[in-house]
Design a protein around this ligand. Structure first.
Ligand code: NDP
Length: 327
């Protein structure tokens, strides 16, 4: 028997989450059984733990959209007991039981060997949010980052914190947009050279085109913020659109695309092919300074998860929450 955070749904459709003992024969089918060491709290996890179950597709359910740990058993030649692995995406923690448990069983195709230079805890300090931040930086690089500051929205959150640290490490000037002025010193410690108040973007004159300011953007917020930012991009610059923490609507015009050649790049971390995942994790090990990663980490245990799930949906989590599932 081992511990897991199990989400259940009653006859009236009300969901609740509690740390529960489960057994290995309850785990879903898969080729590889992993002794999970760490998982994390992402925005999607907040939805899955919270009332209504968010994105959960089956009950009872073990959420946790990412994990890192050690292979315990494998029927797939690519993995053997003792191998260190990391998992993000593939609807694990939504449609398939995820990382909020001391064991997980998944398809071998969904795993990536832990890259040289990262241990399981560091890999989960990065987690899905950081992996997505790296995918965003890679997408911006593929389209060319222009001179001038690169904007990161939702900067004090998970995606934003990691994107800020990576971009600064790569030598870019980084401007972090935050609604929490008290995080300014934290963002500067990650390498941001400019702190932009959320209202400064959202409440400026709402013309379709404003000054050409940003050489690139990683946007974790969407909504009004993304719409405003599109009109502030330099000619030919790109925005990597990652999230919707500020809304799913996009009240924008086509003008920035027509008159400034702005590129809007959609970033999806869930269905990334193996080669892309491997490349992104290798870049993370190389281009994300570990001391900065450490500064982002808030430790947690399985029993902290219901509260943290609520916090992340309110935009109140700073950096990355790393869940030690064995604590
Ligand atoms: P976090 O909650 O850690 O960060 C989001 C940040 O956005 C907050 O910290 C806050 O930053 C800002 N924010 C929150 N609410 C608002 C609002 N109403 N208006 C403006 N800004 C707001 O979440 P993550 O970083 O983990 O994820 C960010 C988004 O990216 C989510 O929507 C998530 O679902 C998505 N995502 C998408 C992935 C993909 O594959 N495309 C993968 C991972 C995440 P601050 O306080 O600094 O303003």
């Amino acid at each position: 028997m081992f511990n897991a955070l199990v989400v259940t749904k009653d006859d009236e459709g009300k969901t609740s989450a509690a740390v529960t003992e489960i057994s290995e024969d309850q785990l879903p089918e898969g080729d590889v059984t992993v002794a999970v060491e760490y998982s994390t709290v992402n925005y999607k996890d907040g939805l899955c733990i919270g009332p209504g179950g968010g994105l959960v597709r089956n009950y009872p359910h073990v959420p946790g959209i990412d994990f890192a740990g050690t292979v315990e058993a494998s029927s797939d030649d690519r993995y053997k007991p003792g191998d260190k692995v990391v998992l993000t995406g593939w609807r694990v923690g939504e449609a398939h039981w995820g990382g909020y448990a001391q064991k997980a069983r998944v398809k071998a195709d969904w795993l990536v060997p832990l890259p040289e230079g990262l241990d399981a805890r560091q890999a989960m300090a990065v987690g899905t949010a950081g992996f997505t931040a790296m995918l965003s930086v890679m997408a911006l690089e593929d389209h060319g980052i222009k001179s001038g500051p690169v904007l990161v929205t939702g900067a004090a959150g998970g995606v934003g914190s990691v994107a800020t640290a990576i971009l600064a490490h790569l030598g870019h000037e980084v401007a972090g947009v935050t609604g929490r002025p008290e995080t300014a010193d934290y963002l500067k410690s990650l390498g941001a050279t400019q702190i932009v108040a959320r209202e400064e973007i959202n409440e400026t004159v709402k013309r379709p085109l404003e000054g050409e300011t940003w050489g690139g953007c990683v946007d974790a917020v969407g909504g009004e913020m993304l719409a405003r930012v599109l009109g502030q991009m330099q000619y030919g610059a790109s925005v990597a659109a990652v999230g919707l923490a500020g809304g799913a609507g996009l009240p924008a015009t086509v003008i920035p695309f027509l008159l400034r050649g702005v590129n809007l790049l959609g970033i999806d971390s869930v269905m990334q092919p193996y080669e892309n995942r491997l490349r992104a994790w290798e870049r993370i090990a190389k281009d994300l300074p570990m001391d900065k990663l450490e500064a982002m980490v808030q430790p947690a245990t399985l029993s902290d998860l219901p509260g943290l799930g609520r916090d992340i949906l309110k935009g109140q989590v700073k950096g990355r929450v790393v869940v030690d599932v064995n604590a």
